[in-house]
Design a protein around this ligand. Structure first.
Ligand code: 7RM
Length: 648
């Protein structure tokens, strides 16, 4: 099939060059500096990454920068190092010893600060705890915890002894925990009695108990006391975190690990039911997250950096934990919901801690817009100097709101495109160098060589929509899918020969900027034109009454596929007149081709726990199918009934 070209209809021409004052002190100060770095990496990747690798502390130097070709690559072959050493120990030899590594606030308002020295002591102690439980290098350890500092301690302790952590987001069910424990053959689970979310307790230990009825490899459970809720402790199996820590020595030599030693597995949902265990390794991942944190977030020692992602997602792994800590940054962490106890909680936190860098997701930004400007306007947000976005394409309307209302028209926005599989940010502005455009993740980072191609792998010209691929390997790419190398090869490398295929559709404009149009599985085919659902959604949310929109195709006798739009409104119920108005609005914004056939109002849309809209499910509903596909990652079951009731 060569008809993969996707017609792009999004017309966005606004440009925002970096401010002189920002560029003056940035790590990368100009477009020319960026170009130089990028071309250096492109022309001599091993020379480039070899020199970048000197930003890590090595126990043994490597012999070869890169061995093999995609998909089977090894980086920094023969080198030995430790990720926890690189995130913590090395800062103790500097003035950063007593610098805050983590500033944490719980949802109920309790607070804690851990300096690098504190983090070192806790990590060493917990590494000894793991050893005392029989955990050895290479063993898998499941972490199922709330967003508390101990989740970072647990990760770094695993890394310290060479154990492979597998974090399961605290919102997942007991069944999801069991399935992942079984796949990873986890030996130990680290959890808490519970965590706080929107004023309610998330009962983690109960879920672990239930999961262990279905997974039999787990021998020991460590339980952090967080909420104090009554739980059952199974003698011989379950241990309190504080009891074990009280006995543990604060000294633990970091294991000297091979560059390619597995660092962690992170399960991510695939198109079939079974989750994929994305595996990352020590040197390449640590280097990738470290360098991209520095380039993209322009981290400095005076920054208070806040990435709002849960550590259970890749964004939390890379940009709450490994990347910023490897840079010796101060990381803000907040346990709870953005709208608890009020819709201004995030802005309150920014003001209170004078946060300078704020990194969040478009789905959150659209919620903030819906909650109203009065919330951010109540707080002094002038400490902010840089904003980031991740997780989905950000629609230009949301971008402009973020720029104006949160950034005070002062802060650059870095729209960062990357994936669980890529480990670190791949395409993004560098805030001191890149001219940004609302809705575009702009240019590839140094060492990243993307292209837009047809199904046959032929490069497409500027502005033609096609498949987003990577033509060269990069250090932080996944090495395999745990226990399923075949699936790894098939999913990412069989589609386009010689390339990594990301699964996204995109176009590159005449300035070399990339515009990601979403997953190719979500593309519409209307009268032979392939259209991006995201672009129709973007047009819909530019209407003042639309809070959020999800667009899918449905079988249509004449057009092949018709356009069905699920729309949630900022206020009111929605009627036929508004339906017509929205159809006209889209037609006016992007043309008759993209004119919706069906508008369905619903006050909620089906989303995964990380906020991505589940279009697969909406396709079933739009087509009137009774039975829908896999719903295990759906956040709120109630929305299904509501969506069915929304019929035209
Ligand atoms: C970091 C993360 C990956 C998928 C990816 C895209 C989408 C993420 C952006 C984006 C447009 C962005 N990892 N995506 N960031 N699309 N612009 N800045 O989200 O593995 O959970 O998801 O998310 O479709 O393939 S992920």
């Amino acid at each position: 099939m060569s008809g993969v070209n996707i017609t792009s209809v999004l017309q966005e021409t606004r440009k925002f060059p970096p401010a002189k004052e920002f560029s003056a002190t940035a790590h990368v100060k100009s477009e020319a500096e960026y170009d130089e770095l990028w071309w250096k990496a492109k022309d001599d990747p091993t020379g480039f990454w070899g020199s970048m690798s000197q930003n890590l502390d090595w126990f043994e130097p490597f012999d070869t920068v890169l061995e093999g070709e995609m998909p089977n690559t090894k980086w920094f072959v023969g080198g030995r190092l430790n990720a926890s050493y690189n995130c913590v120990d090395r800062h103790l030899k500097t003035w950063r010893k007593n610098k805050a590594a983590i500033i944490w606030e719980g949802e109920p308002g309790d607070t804690r600060v851990l300096t690098y020295q504190d983090l070192h002591r806790e990590t060493c102690k917990f590494a000894n705890v793991l050893k005392s439980l029989g955990v050895q290098s290479g063993d898998r350890v499941t972490i199922y915890m709330p967003l508390v500092p101990e989740i970072i301690v647990a990760m770094l302790a695993c890394a310290r002894i060479g154990a492979v952590h597998s974090i399961i987001f605290g919102g997942f069910s007991a069944d999801a925990v069991a399935e992942r424990n079984n796949d990873a053959q986890a030996k130990v689970v680290i959890t808490a009695d519970g965590g706080w979310r929107r004023g309610k307790e998330v009962e983690l230990k109960h879920a672990v108990d239930e999961s262990l009825e279905k997974s039999h490899t787990v021998q020991q459970v460590v339980v952090l006391r967080r909420t104090g809720t009554p739980i059952t402790m199974v003698p011989g199996r379950d241990h309190w975190w504080h009891d074990l820590m009280a006995e543990a020595s604060p000294e633990c030599e970091p294991a000297s690990l091979d560059s390619e030693h597995p660092l962690f597995i992170l399960y991510t949902s695939g198109s079939t039911g079974k989750p994929k265990g994305v595996l990352h390794t020590t040197a390449g991942y640590t280097l990738g997250t470290m360098m991209t944190s520095k380039w993209v977030f322009d981290l400095n020692d005076t920054d208070t950096y806040w990435c709002t992602a849960d550590v259970g997602w890749i964004t939390g792994h890379s940009y709450v934990c490994y990347g910023p800590l490897a840079n010796g940054a101060t990381v803000m962490m907040y346990e709870g919901a953005p709208n608890w106890p009020h819709d201004g909680r995030f802005w309150e936190i920014i003001e209170k801690y004078k946060v300078t860098i704020f990194y969040t997701a478009p789905t959150a930004i659209r919620s903030f817009i819906r909650w109203g400007d009065e919330w951010p306007n109540k707080h002094d947000l002038t400490s902010l100097r840089l904003l980031g976005s991740v997780g989905e394409p950000i629609n230009p309307e949301a971008w402009m709101w973020y720029h104006k209302v949160i950034g005070g028209e002062r802060c650059p926005i870095v729209d960062t495109w990357w994936q669980t599989e890529t480990g670190s940010i791949m395409i993004s502005p560098l805030p001191g160098a890149t001219t940004t455009k609302p809705g575009s993740c702009t240019r590839p980072l140094p060492g990243v060589v993307p292209d837009i191609v047809t199904k046959e792998g032929e490069s497409l010209p500027d502005n033609a929509g096609g498949l987003l691929v990577m033509r060269q390997p990069w250090p932080s790419m996944l090495r395999t899918l745990y226990n399923d190398h075949e699936r790894f090869l098939k999913t990412y490398f069989s589609e386009i020969p010689g390339c990594y295929f990301a699964g996204d559709g995109a176009r590159r404009d005449e300035d070399g900027c990339y515009w990601v149009m979403g997953r190719v599985d979500d593309v519409l085919n209307v009268s032979g034109h392939r259209l991006s659902t995201m672009e129709v959604e973007s047009a819909l949310v530019s209407h003042p009454l639309v809070a959020e929109a999800a667009v899918v195709g449905f079988p249509h006798e004449i057009k092949g596929e018709g356009i069905c739009c699920f729309v949630s409104l900022t206020t009111g119920e929605g009627d036929d007149a508004l339906k017509q108005q929205l159809k006209d609005h889209v037609r006016k914004q992007i043309g008759a081709l993209a004119s919706p056939d069906m508008i369905r109002f619903s006050n909620a849309l089906p989303k995964t726990r990380s906020g991505k809209i589940m279009r697969r499910l909406l396709r079933d509903i739009a087509a009137g199918r009774e039975r829908v596909q896999d719903t295990t990652t759906l956040e709120d079951y109630g929305v299904l009934a509501k969506l069915r009731a929304s019929e035209e």
